[in-house]
Design a protein around this ligand. Structure first.
Ligand code: CA
Ligand code: CA
Ligand code: CA
Ligand code: CA
Length: 322
């Protein structure tokens, strides 16, 4: 039976179109890439929590929940990540577009959303749009920000403000986004960008430190931190939300899409080797009927491995395979 299925769908895969870049998820009613809710070093390991995630026909909404990955608070919630499964291109990029009703966002905290590059809850880099708290500036505004963290030599986790920001602006309910990319040159650099209804598409971070981390120059620490992250085994690219408090604020952030040219796990790639093949199909078959949170074989993350997951793998069969 299993061999018959494998043969049948291998034949189908031979006739299906190749899986092409960029790796983009429009969140049309669910995931179209191989997202995972696991975040290593986080408690819970499975961050999917409290029914705080939902999909429309064209977007994903994550409502913030208490918890964080700041230093030793490794209890963040609802962090979907894509496992990197292939060589990082020289000039890579990652971008995400989202919106919220900022008028409903309390001003007292650094409520924020954007993207994260992480190996786990102890090593990461974040590009975010953040509500301006009143002790920083005008609380009716938001701004683009950056954060980093990694363990020190003694093993304690050290959070660092990323030193690159945008000027603040008064937000509306339209889409906004953050983008990070590598720019090859002499020297090499990493550039931060953002967009909202008042910009002409993607524009550079325009705060006082500019938009660049320069290799061997201004921002060298962050350049190396990000490059080291992306070259680490198990690195993940993800979507981030944070209410930045333990106050129960449940702020819905609606994500329009996530896109990168870094090879990430396609939907149905259970073993995260970049290719949906009979190994993934067999993994789902052997786990068939199992219940529990964040099983790799539970493609649609509904807590049960069943025919819906099997069909997801079958329809994705051959994706990412060379
Ligand atoms: Ca941490
Ligand atoms: Ca969308
Ligand atoms: Ca696979
Ligand atoms: Ca399932």
């Amino acid at each position: 039976m299993k061999r018959t299925l494998v043969s049948l769908f291998t034949a189908i895969a031979l006739t299906s179109t190749a899986y092409v870049q960029p790796y983009r998820d429009d969140f049309n009613g669910g995931f179209s890439l191989g997202w995972s809710w696991k975040l290593p070093s986080n408690d819970p390991l499975c961050t999917l929590f409290d029914n705080a995630v939902s999909f429309s026909s064209s977007s994903m909404t994550i409502e913030t929940r208490d918890g964080g990955m700041f230093e030793a608070y490794n209890n963040h919630k609802n962090v979907p990540t894509l496992r990197v499964v292939g060589p990082v291109p020289t000039d890579w990029y990652i971008e995400v577009v989202f919106r919220t009703d900022w008028s409903q966002v309390p001003a007292a905290y650094f409520t924020q959303a954007g993207l994260v590059i992480a190996t786990d809850a102890t090593r990461y880099f974040q590009v975010l749009i953040t509500r301006t708290p009143p002790f920083i500036g005008d609380p009716t505004t938001v701004y683009g920000s950056t954060n980093a963290e990694e363990p020190t030599e003694t093993g304690s986790e050290q959070f660092r403000w990323g030193e690159r920001v945008t000027n603040a602006w008064t937000p509306d309910s339209d889409w906004m986004g953050v983008r990070i990319e590598h720019v090859s040159g002499n020297p090499n650099a990493i550039r931060l960008q953002f967009r909202h209804s008042g910009t002409d598409g993607w524009v550079d971070y325009d705060g006082f430190n500019g938009a660049y981390y320069v290799q061997g120059g201004f921002g060298d620490y962050f350049y190396n931190h990000i490059v080291n992250l992306l070259n680490s085994a198990g690195v993940r690219l993800g979507v981030y939300t944070d209410n930045a408090c333990g106050c129960g604020n449940q702020i819905p952030f609606e994500f329009d899409y996530f896109e990168t040219n870094i090879p990430v796990a396609p939907l149905g790639d259970v073993n995260a080797d970049g290719c949906v093949d009979d190994a993934d199909l067999l993994a789902v078959l052997f786990a068939f009927g199992n219940a529990g949170d964040c099983q790799d074989e539970d493609i649609n993350s509904d807590g049960i491995v069943d025919d819906a997951d099997l069909l997801s793998v079958l329809f994705a069969f051959g994706n990412g395979c060379s």
